[in-house]
Design a protein around this ligand. Structure first.
Ligand code: NI
Length: 565
């Protein structure tokens, strides 16, 4: 048995470590995934005015800023049983939807695609053949001219000649597990560069209603502040223009690339590479019309698609058996009642590896959320499977079309490549949903419903209250819990999507989604474990979001010493 250690795993938002034990054939037999960064944003929230929760919680992450911002404000509104005006909800949804598109595109091209795309091979592509290849996956491929591909090759050649691969550095170039042809590599490389421009443009759409991005500022307890933007047709047009451009990139580049990948890595999909344990969770949400929501809620156990259970928040628990915390009592009382824990950082083994030999060895800063005692996978794959099987009319046709074009079955999506496909499918139907939301907003405003804030007198609100919110955000299910005492935040708790997916084991030894997805993966060259990166990156890890702690007694949780010259 040989141990492979990779640290850090991600291209941004690092601090994720994986230790994988492989047998003599290089097949992974055991895996330990660890969050390496200690954080404690919730402590900063203690003693604060609940109306400030959003701005502070938004700092939990530099990527998922708006998700935490909104969730924290909504949890306070829930504590006060406050209903917000329809317009405010639509504006919040319009900001959130853009984030789904931005996150998914950036994740695929800039954080993950180089696990599949061999940049060095693109240099030998034929520009004419590349144009033809792109037509296999789209009737109207994005920037598909011969001259554009020639320019892209020249650009890459310049990087190579300068001795630096710049934005493409640190790939396992030439690895035999890269399966794309030179022409396919060139298509993806071209879109990688186009997606850099896309990033800038799409950010504008969040800023139009958020004031700025990252860390938008326009959501307040009771509603929103971007009233002038909402009532200005020019601003709405600017927003729609960005979305129309985004839709073009998604329809002509992102979705076709997901199909290209599904075709080139078909053997991996059919071999179930990257499949976790088949437990999926979605809380649904984002109202469409009446009862219909953009995402359906539900629970799937062990890929049993025909018996989807209702989501029940009371079944959520958080445990820390194998996370670096000391527990005061048993932390099995549900997220709101989770007893405070003291930090208990365990030393590493002498060789620098994590201590994992014993059933109670601690190896991560990430806590272990469970649903009905079970590990769950959350994210686009969970949402697509649950929504599709619940006959969600907004989603069904997009999934059907993808499966038909790639000749795949629904179960095939439960894999590394499938996880990426669901992200691309999701962005396509989110664009459609955005257009519907904007029409709804225009209709409201036209009929003189211009409410954006629910008036309240803070002094007259209950002194003590408890609130919570469950939201689907790009990486999966996010929940915020707030306890308010004497009109100050007494306690704040977060379970982020990556906390679910990157959970460590508990005493029962059951692997979380990341760890389960690695078991059985064959690693051809243990000095270049490309296959491990692929599996883990397919979940879109966000470690800044994942690590959360609480201490009810207000004691020091950790002290840092910074060495300076
Ligand atoms: Ni994050």
């Amino acid at each position: 048995m040989k141990k492979i250690i990779i640290d850090p795993i991600t291209r941004i938002e690092g601090h994720l470590r994986a230790e994988v034990e492989v047998d003599d054939n290089g097949v992974a037999q055991e895996a330990y995934v660890s969050g390496q960064l200690f954080r404690g944003i919730e402590i900063i929230l203690k003693g604060r005015d609940p109306r400030d929760a959003g701005l502070l919680a938004g700092r939990i992450c530099g990527v998922c800023t708006n998700s935490h911002f909104r969730a924290a404000v909504s949890s306070v509104e829930d504590a006060y049983s406050m209903k917000i005006p329809k317009n405010a909800e639509i504006i919040r949804d319009l900001m959130a939807m853009v984030l789904f598109i931005q996150d998914h595109v950036v994740h695929f091209y800039h954080l993950h695609s180089l696990d599949f795309v061999d940049i060095s091979s693109a240099l030998s592509a034929d520009a004419n053949l590349t144009s033809k290849e792109a037509h296999k996956y789209s009737d109207k491929p994005f920037r598909n001219s011969h001259s554009h591909y020639e320019e892209t090759i020249t650009k890459l050649q310049n990087f190579v000649d300068a001795g630096k691969l710049g934005p493409f550095s640190n790939g396992y170039w030439g690895h035999s597990e890269y399966k794309l042809t030179s022409e396919q590599n060139l298509i993806l490389l071209s879109h990688y560069l186009e997606a850099l421009k896309f990033q800038t443009k799409i950010s504008k759409a969040v800023a139009i209603f958020g004031g700025k991005t990252p860390h938008p500022q326009s959501i307040v307890v009771g509603g929103i502040t971007s009233v002038a933007d909402m009532l200005n047709p020019e601003r709405l047009n600017d927003y729609l223009f960005v979305i129309k451009e985004a839709k073009e990139f998604i329809d002509r580049a992102y979705l076709p690339d997901a199909k290209l990948l599904a075709s080139a890595y078909r053997d991996d999909i059919k071999a179930e590479v990257g499949r976790a344990n088949g437990n999926f969770m979605s809380v649904g949400g984002y109202e469409f019309e009446g009862e219909q929501e953009l995402f359906s809620s539900g629970i799937i156990y062990g890929h049993d698609f025909e018996n989807i259970q209702e989501f029940d928040e009371s079944k959520i628990t958080e445990e820390v058996d194998r996370a670096w915390y000391k527990v005061n009592g048993k932390a099995r009382e549900g997220a709101l009642g989770c007893k405070g824990s003291e930090v208990c950082y365990t030393d590493l083994n002498e060789d620098g590896s994590l201590k994992t030999q014993n059933n109670d060895d601690k190896y991560s800063w990430i806590k272990a959320p469970r649903y009905d005692g079970k590990v769950m996978e959350t994210g686009p794959l969970a949402r697509v499977l649950i929504s599709y099987k619940k006959e969600n009319i907004l989603i069904k046709s997009f999934v059907d079309e993808f499966l038909k074009d790639t000749d795949l079955e629904l179960i095939d999506l439960s894999s590394t490549v499938g996880r990426n496909a669901t992200r691309a499918i999701e962005t396509a139907y989110i664009c459609e949903y955005i257009f519907k939301l904007v029409s709804r907003l225009i209709q409201n405003v036209k009929y003189y419903d211009t409410d954006t804030w629910t008036k309240y007198d803070f002094k007259k609100l209950p002194k003590d209250a408890k609130g919570r919110v469950f939201l689907e955000v790009p990486r999966g299910t996010l929940s915020h819990f707030v306890n308010i005492k004497e009109q100050k935040i007494e306690n704040f708790s977060v379970i982020a999507p990556t906390t679910w997916n990157a959970t460590p084991k508990n005493f029962d030894g059951v692997r979380g989604a990341y760890e389960a997805a690695l078991i059985g993966v064959k690693i051809k060259d243990t000095s270049k474990p490309l296959e491990v990166l692929r599996v883990l990156h397919s979940f879109d890890p966000c470690l800044a979001c994942a690590v959360h702690i609480m201490d009810m007694k207000g004691t020091d949780l950790s002290r840092y010493k910074i060495n300076s010259l």
